[in-house]
Design a protein around this ligand. Structure first.
Ligand code: HEM
Ligand code: HEM
Length: 205
């Protein structure tokens, strides 16, 4: 039988990956904006931006595999069908962006034939042919996708705040870095009682 902490919380590995990657992605968005705004620190910032972005690319593959291995907890019953669809769509959008954005960054530097230094003498290989037009398109795409990511994160953050502070269904506890105790699951227990597993055909009311 599965314990309440396992049933109503994401797996420990999912929670570690969620918060580690959230910190890395928010740092990347800030570094990206600072990089193009301040030429004074450009070289320092870009030398952090490249390896951190590649680390995100590796971690999102690990995270995706981890998500397939650990069944997700059911959605709380307080979430309407529309909210469940929006939550699922935003999760897939974020996974897509965590994968595509670093690849576009790597691809644009490849197309421009800039040296892609990770650390010291460690360089990444070029993944695209030398083409200035391709560089221009990917450079624009990198900006647009980064700001789309920023908007999706704000919507995600807003939805979690709405459920935590207004609906008060304790949704934040599902992703809490620590294991939640039995009495803390009370709100989630009552709101998910009888809910089918997420991902099953009946999981949307
Ligand atoms: C860069 C920022 C973030 C990204 C990319 C992100 C991404 C995700 C993804 C993909 C999921 C689905 C579970 C999974 O597959 O891991 C998720 C769930 C969740 N996130 Fe975030 N997240 C971010 C920031 C935050 C922040 C700042 C909060 C705090 C308010 C938060 C709270 C949650 C919670 C509570 C869940 C579980 C939702 C549920 O119960 O279904 N996330 N997040
Ligand atoms: C999740 C990963 C990433 C995020 C969130 C991100 C975000 C950003 C943002 C917000 C900007 C500023 C865009 C603008 O205002 O025009 C930027 C610029 C840039 N990014 Fe990324 N990036 C990521 C991955 C990468 C990777 C993996 C590389 C290269 C290997 C890279 C290379 C660059 C470069 C070189 C610039 C500045 C280009 C210039 O000076 O014109 N990025 N990034």
């Amino acid at each position: 039988m599965r314990m309440p902490t396992q049933r109503h919380q994401f797996a420990a590995s999912s929670r570690v990956l969620h918060w580690t990657m959230a910190a890395m992605i928010l740092t990347m968005l800030c570094i990206g904006v600072a990089m193009v705004a301040s030429l004074a620190n450009y070289h320092v910032l870009v030398s952090i931006h490249r390896p951190l972005g590649i680390a995100i690319l590796i971690l999102v593959v690990v995270r995706f595999v981890n998500r397939q291995l650990h069944p997700l907890p059911p959605f709380p019953a307080t979430m309407s069908r529309a909210e469940r669809l929006a939550a699922t769509a935003s999760e897939y959008t974020m996974y897509g962006l965590m994968f595509v954005l670093p690849l576009v960054g790597w691809g644009m530097l490849s197309a421009a034939r800039y040296p892609i230094v990770l650390y010291g003498s460690i360089h990444l290989p070029y993944i695209l042919p030398h083409n200035v037009m391709l560089y221009a398109v990917l450079r624009k795409a990198h900006t647009i996708l980064a700001y789309l990511f920023f908007l999706t994160i704000i919507a995600h953050f807003g939805a979690i705040l709405f459920h935590t502070l207004i609906v008060r269904d304790g949704i934040i506890k599902r992703m809490a870095p620590w294991n939640i105790r039995a009495q803390e699951t009370a709100t989630i227990d009552s709101s998910t009682a009888g809910s089918p597993a997420r991902g099953s055909p009946e999981s949307t009311p």
